[in-house]
Design a protein around this ligand. Structure first.
Ligand code: AMP
Length: 273
């Protein structure tokens, strides 16, 4: 595995590889969720590039940028053992300059749900993903459905800017008790971790209700909110794939999303149906 710490090292590493490139952008503190993206990239491409970059521009003032988990050594090992060809590990100075052009998230889809409590977050996400995609120039890029709104906006950016990249979405990987894997789970105390299970439990119950034929978004939401008590819920939303709120679940075109704070840790999760 080659470790490229700047874009010229990256291009040098990729110079001789002109076949398909699969790319997995991450912020590190890698877990099995990241592993499934890397494994899919490994299966479907000749060359696999993983980036690890804790992108400062997607954190709002007061968010967890400075305490975001960093595990350089373990991450490098995981990448190596997963058969990654090139690990792109740039620093902030190599990614950003002064007074730069930025990508703006769309006015509606960028400012609902996650965008309500994190206004501007998706500008940072889209800008860094645009940079990374242009640096790596992959055939395919892999993203998790866990970050559903991010996935939708990246897909939209690639379409809106006519970029020749296939965006591949991957299912959410969970612990055996249902908790969606997240680098932020390390912030949870044992008691908080137990409380956090209410998030996946609420989504499980929503799925059950839909299976039983209850498609009413409002009644599903209410039941979920009851299960989520006493968590500090930011939103429970039922949207279609275009991220428009819908009054009834449409099988094959619905995502049910939750954002809640457990202690000081903000967690998100969702289910696609
Ligand atoms: P992050 O390092 O949190 O920026 O995540 C990097 C990529 O991994 C994103 O595309 C995430 O959606 C994806 N990801 C994070 N957690 C999971 C998970 N539990 N299952 C599947 N993919 C995930």
């Amino acid at each position: 595995m080659i470790i490229a710490r700047n874009v010229s090292e990256l291009h040098k590493a990729l110079e001789t590889r002109n076949a398909n490139v699969g790319f997995v952008p991450t912020m590190g503190a890698l877990h099995i969720g990241h592993r499934t993206l890397i494994d899919a990239a490994r299966r479907e491409n000749d060359t696999v590039v993983v980036s690890i970059f804790v992108n400062p521009t997607q954190f709002l003032p007061g968010e967890d940028l400075s305490k975001y988990p960093r595990r350089e050594e373990a991450d490098f090992k995981i990448c190596e053992l997963s058969g990654v060809d090139v690990l792109f590990y740039p620093d902030v100075a190599g990614m950003y300059g002064e007074d730069e052009v930025r990508i703006c998230a769309p006015d509606v889809r960028g400012y609902i749900l996650e965008g309500v409590s994190r206004p501007g977050h998706f500008d940072g996400v889209l800008t860094v993903v645009m940079k990374l995609l242009n640096q790596v120039r992959p055939t395919r890029a892999y993203f998790g459905k866990k970050d559903a709104q991010q996935l939708a906006l990246i897909t939209q950016m690639v379409n809106n800017f006519f970029m020749h990249i296939e965006i591949v979405s991957m299912e959410t990987v969970r612990e055996s008790d249902g908790l969606a894997l997240s680098s932020r789970n390390v912030y949870l105390s044992a008691i908080e971790r137990q409380e956090a299970l209410k998030i996946s439990a609420s989504l499980k119950q929503a799925t059950k209700q839909v299976m039983q034929g209850n498609l009413s978004s409002e009644s599903i939401r209410q039941e979920m909110l009851t299960i989520l008590l006493p968590l500090d819920v930011e939103y429970v939303a039922i949207v279609n794939r275009a991220f428009e709120l819908i009054p009834e679940v449409i099988l094959g075109d619905t995502i049910i999303l939750v954002a809640a704070r457990v202690g000081t840790t903000r967690l998100i999760d969702n289910v696609w149906m």
